[in-house]
Design a protein around this ligand. Sequence first.
Ligand SMILES: Nc1ncnc2c1ncn2[C@@H]1O[C@H](COP(=O)(O)OP(=O)(O)O)[C@@H](O)[C@H]1O
Ligand SMILES: [Mg+2]
Length: 358
Amino acid sequence: MIEFRDVHKYYGDYHALRGINATIRAGEFFSLLGPSGCGKTTLLRTIAGFEDISSGAVMIDGKSMSGVPANVRPTNMVFQSYAIFPHLTVAQNVGFGLRRDPMSAAEKAKAVDEALEMVGLKGYGARAAHALSGGQRQRVALARALILKPKVLLLDEPLSALDKKMREQMQVELIKLQRQVGITFILVTHDQEEALVMSDRIAVMFEGQIAQLADPETLYRRPASKKVADFIGTMNFLPAKVLSDAGATVEVEAQGFGRMSLAPDQVMTGHSADGATIGLRPETLTILFDGQTASEREVMGSVEEVVYYGDMTYYDVKLDGAEVPMRLSMRNVPGRPVLDRGNKARLGWSPSAAVLFR
Ligand SMILES: Nc1ncnc2c1ncn2[C@@H]1O[C@H](COP(=O)(O)OP(=O)(O)O)[C@@H](O)[C@H]1O
Ligand SMILES: [Mg+2]
């Protein structure tokens, strides 16, 4: 549906997009995720036609968008600031893009009603836009974009101004809306949790480049670099030594964990400058209580820090023979004790959960 071919963008001397190559499929919920200033908005604007590119090509439906103005592209954009007209009614806002459309007034009113129903604002048409809450304004902005029936909806941090509860509610509604209308949604966000929750696929961007493009589970379980691993959730990193990689598996020795064999999909190359590193997510380490046995391997350690979150407890545990403590997370369940600092802990872990950066 949308293809970036070696897209570069300069603002004067500043190299904002540094060779973007990616394909976005028709009908998918796609996110551009990365820290502030990495080029997400710039890339989104190149799709909409609000930003010229310096070299490369942006293709929509197989056609180069070079020289194609924004208003004839099959895209529509929803902005971070809702940009609705406070002095107009909700219906006037939603119908704004149809004002020069030849359809009859009755047809327009019907289209407005349908768009309002889609975003959960049925019956709000006559309200003054300035009398709406933040969440409702963002729904109006969505309805105003959807009424034009774009093939691609571009969303630039549309939920970032909302409080946490409203944001989480709108995330679920946006997913449902996307399934209902079936068009391609491209979301810009700096919030990794938001991207994981909502997206079919995510492009993680740093400094004008895509570091990894994958589905949420792959990004989380098999991050291509330490930087991606660190940006998406938490990962423990341990110095490691590669013992052999002659066969089908790579043999590694990591501080505190001992030897392990890793399959090719667990090995991320291109990081040799820092030496080899093993990565393990906090929830892949488990504290074993009483008679529990590990599914694969066991190590001993001592608890250095305990952070209690109600549903979860986070522990920092120093493994015997390791220098840095491991962060691990345990779901709290009735009848299972929360350990204290200084307690000895028996940990279960699995080599299959590890990632090697080398
Ligand atoms: N119109 C502009 N002129 C000069 N520099 C810009 C302009 N727009 C964005 N930039 C710079 O390009 C980089 C990427 O910006 P942007 O795409 O807005 O990042 P993001 O949306 O990921 O926060 C930033 O360093 C920003 O300062
Ligand atoms: Mg931005």
